[in-house]
Design a protein around this ligand. Structure first.
Ligand code: FA5
Length: 325
C-alpha cells in the first residue's frame, strides 16, 4: 500500500468512529511503535539514499497529518460526550471571589481624591501622639475642662503619650514644619475611650482639613465644603453652619448637611478659623496669617452614603456585610 492509499484508509476509518477506545486502538495500529507508518519509516534504512530522502519526507509528513487527524477526532468525541452529560462548554465560568476594599477604605479614597482635585495635599500622621500635640498646642491645657470632650486612651508606662483622639494634632505637626500658604487634608484613625452605640465607636476614622494663608476666611471654607459634599454625594447638598465650640478654633461651627429628599439635618464635621493661640504655638504671627480647619467623620459619611444605621457594622468583621459594597 502506498502512502496516499494509507492516508485514505485512515480517513475512512476515522469517519465511522464514535468510541474513544476504538480510536486509540486505531491510532496504535497506524502510529504506534509497531504501527504501519512507523514500519515504513523503519524500513527506510534498507533503501537507497535517493529513495530514503523522498519516501522519508513523505512518510514524516503523513505521520504529522495523521497525528493531527487523530487529535481532532478525539476532541470531537470529547465534546460530544460532554454534551451528552449536559455540560455546556460555552457557559461562562463561575466567577472566582477575590477580595475588595472595605467600604470605609473606599469612602476614604473618595475623600482623598475629591480634595486632591481641589488642590489639597494629602498627608498622614502617627496614631500614637504626645499630649502636647493632641491637646496643649491645640489650646487645651491640662486643667482645661474641654479635655473631657475627648476621653483618652493613655499609653501605660509612657508619660504623656496617648492614642490620638482626633486628627487635629497633625495641624500642629504640619504647621511647625511648613510655612503658609498651603492646604492639606489628613485622613486617619482615631481613638476614644467611650461607650459605643449606633453612632459612636471607640476607634473610627476622621479627615482633618487645614488651609492657611494671608487672608483665608470662613467664606473660603464654605465654598470648599460645598464643593466637597456636592462631589461626594453627587448631588446638590444643603449646608448649614451652627455656632459651636472648639478650643482650637474661633469662631467655631458645626457643619450640618441635608441630603435632597431627606428631612433631617445631620451633623458631619466640626470646623472654624484657626485660633490665634494655635498659630502662636507653632511659631506663626497671627497678624500675618489666618486659616480654617475642619474635622469630619469618615464613618458618618459612609453611613449617610450607604444608608447604614449602625457604625459598629463596619468593624464587625462580618463578610456578609462587607461583601455588599
Ligand atoms: C473633633 O474631633 C475636632 N478635632 C474637629 C475639628 C477639627 C474642629 C478642626 C475644628 C477644627 P468631634 O469630636 O466633634 O470634633 O469629631 C468630629 C467628627 O468625628 C464628628 O462630627 C463625627 O462625624 C465623628 N465622630 C466623633 N466621635 C465619633 C465616634 N465615637 N464614632 C464615630 N464617629 C465619630
Amino acid at each position: 500500500m502506498n502512502l496516499k492509499e494509507l492516508k485514505e484508509e485512515v480517513k475512512q476509518a476515522l469517519e465511522d468512529i464514535s468510541d474513544p477506545k476504538y480510536l486509540e486502538s486505531l491510532r496504535i495500529k497506524y502510529l504506534g511503535r509497531k504501527g504501519e507508518v512507523t514500519q515504513i519509516l523503519r524500513s527506510l534504512s534498507k533503501k537507497s539514499l535517493a529513495e530514503r530522502k523522498k519516501v522519508g519526507k513523505e512518510a514524516n509528513q503523513l505521520k504529522q497529518e495523521l497525528n493531527h487527524l487523530f487529535n481532532k477526532k478525539l476532541e470531537e468525541l470529547k465534546m460530544a460526550s460532554d454534551q451528552q452529560v449536559g455540560l455546556d462548554i460555552t457557559q461562562p465560568g463561575a466567577r472566582v471571589k477575590i477580595g475588595h476594599l472595605h467600604p470605609l477604605t473606599q469612602v476614604e479614597n473618595q475623600i482623598r481624591k475629591i480634595f486632591q482635585d481641589l488642590n489639597f495635599s494629602v498627608l498622614e500622621g502617627p496614631e500614637v501622639e504626645s499630649s502636647h500635640n493632641n491637646f496643649d498646642a491645640l489650646n487645651i491645657p491640662a486643667d482645661h475642662p474641654a479635655r473631657d470632650m475627648w476621653d483618652t486612651f493613655w499609653l501605660k508606662d509612657f508619660d504623656n503619650l496617648l492614642l490620638r483622639t482626633h486628627t487635629s494634632p497633625m495641624q500642629v505637626r504640619y504647621m511647625r514644619e511648613n510655612k503658609p500658604p498651603f492646604q492639606i487634608i489628613v485622613p486617619g484613625r482615631v481613638f476614644r475611650y467611650e461607650a459605643t452605640d449606633a453612632s459612636h465607636e471607640i476607634n473610627f476614622y476622621q479627615f482633618e482639613g487645614l488651609m492657611v494663608g494671608d487672608d483665608v476666611s470662613l467664606a473660603n471654607f464654605k465654598y470648599i465644603v460645598g464643593e466637597f459634599f456636592k462631589r461626594f454625594f453627587n448631588k446638590e447638598v444643603k449646608i448649614r453652619f451652627r455656632p459651636s465650640y472648639f478650643p482650637f478654633t474661633e469662631p467655631s461651627v458645626e457643619v450640618d448637611i441635608q441630603i435632597p429628599g431627606k428631612k433631617d439635618w445631620l451633623e458631619v464635621m466640626g470646623a472654624g478659623l484657626v485660633h490665634p493661640n494655635v498659630l502662636k504655638a507653632v511659631g506663626y504671627n497671627p497678624k500675618h496669617y489666618q486659616g480654617f480647619a475642619f474635622g469630619g467623620g469618615v464613618d458618618r459619611l459612609a453611613m449617610l452614603k450607604y444608608g447604614i444605621d449602625d457604625v459598629r457594622l463596619f468593624y464587625s468583621g462580618d463578610v456578609r456585610f462587607v461583601q455588599q459594597f
